[in-house]
Each structure stands twice: as C-alpha cells, then as structure tokens.
Design a protein around this ligand. Structure first.
Ligand code: CP
Length: 336
C-alpha cells in the first residue's frame, strides 16, 4: 500500500509530479479525481488550515470528507499491543483502521507527540498504526513531521522564485521563541524538503540542545549528498541571516528536555531575541519569510515582518489546498 507518510518515502520525480499537479489545480480548482470517493480525516489535535483545506479540497474534486476526533466525537483508540484495555480506550487501532478502510478510500491522520517521552513519540505509533492496518492509503496530516506543509512551502518558493530549481538558494530555518515547548514536526519537515530541493540550508537555533532528532538530521545529510545542496548548524543570528534568500521560522522544544519542560523553560526564555524582525530580515538577500501558521505575532515574528510583501505565509497556507488535492488524486490513481 502506497501511503503519504513522509516526503522522504517518495521519489523526487513523484514529488515533482505532485507539485506540477498542484499548480494545475491552482489554475483550475474543480475536477472529478475524487468523484464518488471519500476520505476520513482523523484529528487527535486541533486544526484550522489542515481540516479546512482537506475538506474543501475533497469537495472540489467531487469527493466527500468525514472528520473524526477520537476521544471527542469518536471512541478513544488503543495503539499498543497486548494491552488489557480496561482504561479509556474503547477500541483498538487494528479494528479502527480496517473498519474505516471499508467505508472510505483515504485516511488522513493528525497526531502530535504526547511531549512526555521522545523515545516513544519518535516511533510515531499512531500514524504507523493506521498505516499498518489500513487497507487504503494513509496521509500524514502532521505527526512528528508535516509533509503536506513541506509541499505547500516548496510550491510557494517555486512560485516566488519563478523556477522549480531552487539549488543555490540560501535557506535559513530559524528557531523562534514561544511560551510553550512545541512539536518539532514542521522543523523536521522544513529541513527535509529544503535539503531535498538542493538549497544551502542553515539550521539556526540557540544552543546544540535545539538541534533536531538524528533521524531528520540524517535525512538532511543524505539529501544534500544527493541534491548538491549544503547543510550547516549555526547559533549565530547575524551570520545565519546574512545573504539568506529564504527565512523559515518555527519554535520547538529541545529534545534533551522532552517531558521536563520546567527545566527547559528558563533556557528557552533566554532566547526571546530570536524573534524574526526587520533588523534581521534586512541582513538577507531581499529574502522572503514564511511560517506554517498559526503564528503568535510579536513573539515569533513582528507585525512588520508578517505584514511585509516579503512574507509568503498566506501563499503557503493557500497552497495546502492545492498540494493536498494533488496528493489525494495521486494516491487514488495509484491505489490497488
Ligand atoms: N499549518 C497547519 O497545519 O495549520 P493547522 O494546525 O491550523 O492545521
């Protein structure tokens, strides 16, 4: 079964085809690629963009979306094996995924880490559980990576620069402050897609503790070896921003403190000055700024940065609709 769990699982040619199809969908929104088809959107966490864009996207292609929120409007689910299910969970993923697969043609899953034990969370067991038991393709709607966001960002950059060839562009993925320790998913994904596209990538973060998980650093290293890009880690704000073509911001919790956020908070609080502001953006090569959204203004980025014509975050958010339609159409076309 071909799923869309991570861009790293798909070839560059497959990703390019999806981006090309997304561009077509942006020109002409309606189609019949999902006519008579359905997608279950399973949300364990809140969403504005993902839910809306998948629901609208399925509609625009003639399909239907069913939203389920286990533990709220659907039964709580157990994901471990051999468990005596005498707690909250009313049913097991083995039945949930198989039953949904009898009703629908695609399943989307959003399941953030629990933020208690990274060794457990990095197994991505909710997404992997759906993928294991589902008889239909599964789409990652953000777990410990966010591949749909990657494609939306890639398309926004290709549109901005007027080319699908982004090699040689300097891409800065900058950590920013947030009052809470957040998921590393979008940071993992930004690093993955930027290196895949052959850009010269700088991961800017306050201290070595904020470097991302070795799996994603490893993907990035493998990607630059293949794509001809480059990868460096920096803790120096001004040199990282200098000459950047793209600044992508995200906040995330430091993995060594996973589950011990009280210990991380005073460290994180020292780096509020990582906010993306006009002074830093002036160091760039007239670079563009983006963020996956939602974004706390004047915490992660200033009003002036968000309201600048160099901010492409709204374009990126729009592109979620187009790329997800392309992913759904591709998976349906190739489904057995
Ligand atoms: N960027 C993103 O996934 O937005 P939502 O959390 O609103 O879906």
């Amino acid at each position: 079964m071909r799923h869309f769990l991570n861009t790293q699982d798909w070839t560059r040619a497959e990703l390019d085809a999806v981006l090309a199809q997304a561009t077509e969908f942006k020109r002409s929104r309606f189609g019949d690629q999902l006519k008579g088809r359905s997608i279950a959107l399973v949300f364990f966490n809140p969403s504005l963009r993902t839910r809306t864009s998948f629901e609208v996207g399925a509609f625009q292609l003639g399909g239907h979306a069913v939203v389920l929120q286990p533990g709220k409007d659907a039964w709580p689910i157990e994901f471990d094996f051999g468990t005596v299910m005498d707690g909250e969970a009313e049913e097991h993923i083995a039945e949930v995924a198989q039953v949904l697969g009898r009703y629908v043609d695609l399943i989307g899953v959003r399941a953030f880490p629990k933020f208690v034990d990274w060794a457990a969370d990095r197994r991505d067991r909710v997404l992997q559980g759906f993928a294991k038991y589902s008889p239909v393709p599964v789409i990652n709607m953000e777990t410990i990576t966010h591949p749909c966001q990657e494609l939306a960002h890639a398309l926004a950059l290709q549109e901005h620069f007027g080319t699908t060839d982004l090699r040689g562009k300097k891409f800065v993925l900058t950590w920013t402050y947030h009052p809470k320790a957040l998921n590393t998913a979008v940071a993992n994904s930004a690093l993955t897609i930027a290196t895949r596209l052959g850009m010269d990538v700088t991961l800017l973060c306050p201290t070595p503790e904020y470097v991302l998980d070795e799996r994603y650093m490893g993907w990035a290293e493998a990607n630059v070896a293949e794509s001809g890009g480059s990868l460096q880690v920096s803790h120096e704000i001004d040199s990282a921003y200098s000459g950047a073509d793209v600044v992508y911001a995200k906040s995330w919790g430091a993995l060594p403190y996973f589950g011990n956020w009280d210990a991380e908070k005073p460290i994180r609080d020292e780096f509020k000055h990582f906010i993306v502001d006009e002074r830093k953006m002036a160091l760039t090569n007239d670079g563009v700024f983006s963020h996956c959204l939602p974004l706390r203004r004047n915490v992660k980025a200033t009003d002036a940065v968000m309201d600048s014509p160099r901010c492409i975050a709204i374009h990126e958010a729009e592109n979620r609709l187009h790329v997800q339609k392309a992913v759904m159409a591709d998976l349906i076309r190739h489904a057995p």
